[in-house]
Design a protein around this ligand. Structure first.
Ligand SMILES: CC(=O)N[C@H]1[C@@H](OP(=O)(O)OP(=O)(O)OC[C@H]2O[C@@H](n3ccc(=O)[nH]c3=O)[C@H](O)[C@@H]2O)O[C@H](CO)[C@@H](O)[C@@H]1O
Ligand SMILES: C=C(OP(=O)(O)O)C(=O)O
Length: 470
């Protein structure tokens, strides 16, 4: 009897402890992380960039095509890598990541046995799931692809992807929450022309064509350095493909592919973001790992604005040489043009340039919304629907606010701001660091999608930042 009472007391105690733990976990999960920034000081010091956010997850997807394990090095600890690791694991790929060394081992030998028809976990967390289509169709004959996430900087349709997959012979069915694909008659090489050199649709074609039967010719392809590195990976796996100077990629399908051992190219967007931070805060940052050949266009622009840099085998030092910065006309474009993802961080530096700068965003129709908060911080920026650079882009005459005129220099003042998207988020960090006084930056977790350990790096550069949770 007495023993029974003790058991009851223990059970009640255990329930209470479990409930307290559950509440605490829930509280931590729902707590907001805010970065308090005391700005107005130059960023000085050294940070390291590792592998590219826009390459690593795609090489991870490529490993699905192999019949042997693959090893990828220089892999950063970012959310997009996490998301793809989780998706691959759900599909039976054994993923082993050593954060310190940045080595990722991917063993796809159990994909057929782990076959799951519907995976909607992680829907909306990144744009990478759409690239699983070809590899899953080759391995399993069917695939369910959840709705995509990624930055909200335009409509971001997937029509090119779906048309491409259909051209290979896939059947595509749109469902609530995603798309279902099957290839009852297999996938066959085909001729594809992209109306715009889409990065994702080019990668979609490569990942599908490498094992499709026969020849594929892709014209109007994107040729970003991250795509070239994906081609390197696929060639290591046994694919046969060539890239012509006129943006045509030809692929001869092969029956099977092996694994790869590869080191990712460095993240040229992260490198350019820190370079912009050095300029906007009148600082001096050595970006270890920054790679000149992938950044030629950015470096030319940086020099025209008045930024200084020094290139070595280990990386690039970026600094503000003193005096006034120059205003410029900047039009984003596909590679080898000025990359759209470089635009938002550089705009903050342009608020400190003398005169009128023009920014014409030609890749995404809605990538200037982030300027609203900069205006609240003191920047003088007007946005327009017209194409204000020299180019007439797809968005002119179509009611999209995609050009901006920035008049500077204007001092920035601290503010309470909320991160709108990945690059917009980093640009808000730069603005807060350049501004006099205190800023509170909300929604900083989005930044972890593409910037590894960014708070630690800010501290290494002597930024006065404090992480608070609420
Ligand atoms: C994970 C990743 O690598 N993301 C990058 C990738 O995004 P992502 O691959 O999504 O970008 P795309 O190159 O495909 O998009 C470029 C343009 O093409 C349009 N489009 C695209 C596909 C489609 O089916 N239909 C269509 O109309 C888009 O709306 C956009 O206006 O390239 C972009 C352009 O360099 C970068 O900003 C992103 O950081
Ligand atoms: C737009 C970006 O990424 P994503 O395509 O992953 O949304 C970006 O990296 O700036």
């Amino acid at each position: 009897m007495l023993r029974g009472k003790f058991l009851d007391v223990n059970a009640t105690l255990r329930d209470r402890v479990e409930s307290v733990i559950r509440t605490e976990i829930l509280r931590k999960e729902t707590m907001e992380r805010i970065l308090r920034v005391n700005g107005g000081k130059p960023l000085n010091g050294e940070i390291t960039v590792r592998g590219a956010k826009n390459f690593v997850p795609k090489a991870m997807v490529a490993s699905l095509l192999g019949n042997k394990p693959s090893v990828l090095s220089n892999v950063p600890l970012i959310r997009d890598v996490d998301v793809v690791s989780e998706l691959l694991s759900l599909h039976g790929v054994h993923v082993n990541y050593d954060q310190g060394s940045g080595t990722l081992q991917l063993d796809p030998s159990n994909v057929e046995t782990a076959h799951v028809a519907d995976i909607d976990a992680l829907a909306g967390s990144s744009r990478i799931p759409i690239l699983f289509c070809g590899p899953l169709l080759h391995r399993l004959g069917e695939a369910f692809i959840p709705d995509l996430g990624g930055c909200n900087i335009g409509g971001r349709p997937i029509d090119f992807h779906l048309e491409t997959l259909r051209a290979f012979g896939a059947r595509v069915e749109k469902l609530e929450g995603g798309i279902r694909l099957s290839a009852p008659d297999g996938l066959h090489g085909t001729k594809i022309h992209l109306p715009f050199p889409s990065v994702g649709a080019t990668e979609q074609t490569l990942l599908t064509a490498v094992m499709a039967e026969g020849l594929t010719e892709l014209s109007g392809a994107a040729i970003e350095p991250e795509i070239m590195d994906l081609i390197n990976v696929l060639q290591k796996m046994g694919a046969i493909m060539s890239v012509d100077t006129d943006r045509t990629i030809r692929i001869e399908g092969v029956k099977e592919l092996g694994g790869f051992v590869h080191t990712s190219l460095p993240d040229r967007i992260e490198a350019a973001s820190w370079a912009s931070a050095a300029l906007a805060t009148r600082g001096n940052i050595f970006v270890r790992g920054a790679h000149q050949p992938d950044m030629t266009t950015f470096l030319n622009t940086y020099r025209k604005v008045g930024g200084a840099f020094d290139i070595s085998d280990e990386g690039i030092r970026f600094w503000h040489p003193g005096g006034e910065l120059n205003s410029i006309v900047l039009e984003t474009n596909v590679h080898p043009g000025f990359m759209t993802d470089w635009q938002q961080p550089l705009v903050v530096a342009l608020t400190q340039a003398q005169g009128l700068s023009i920014v014409h965003e030609t890749v995404y129709e809605n990538r200037l919304g982030f300027t609203r908060a900069l205006k609240e911080m003191g920047a003088n920026i007007q946005t327009y629907r017209e194409c204000l650079g020299g180019l007439q882009c797809r968005f002119g005459q179509r009611n999209f606010t995609h050009s901006a005129v920035i008049s500077g220099p204007t001092p920035l003042r601290g503010a309470e701001i909320t991160v709108p998207d990945l690059r917009g988020g980093f640009s808000y960090l730069i603005a807060a660091l350049a501004a006099e006084g205190e800023s509170q930056v909300h929604g900083i977790d989005v930044i972890s999608r593409g910037y590894e350990h960014f708070i630690t790096k800010l501290r290494a550069l002597n930024a006065d930042v404090e992480l608070i949770t609420r």
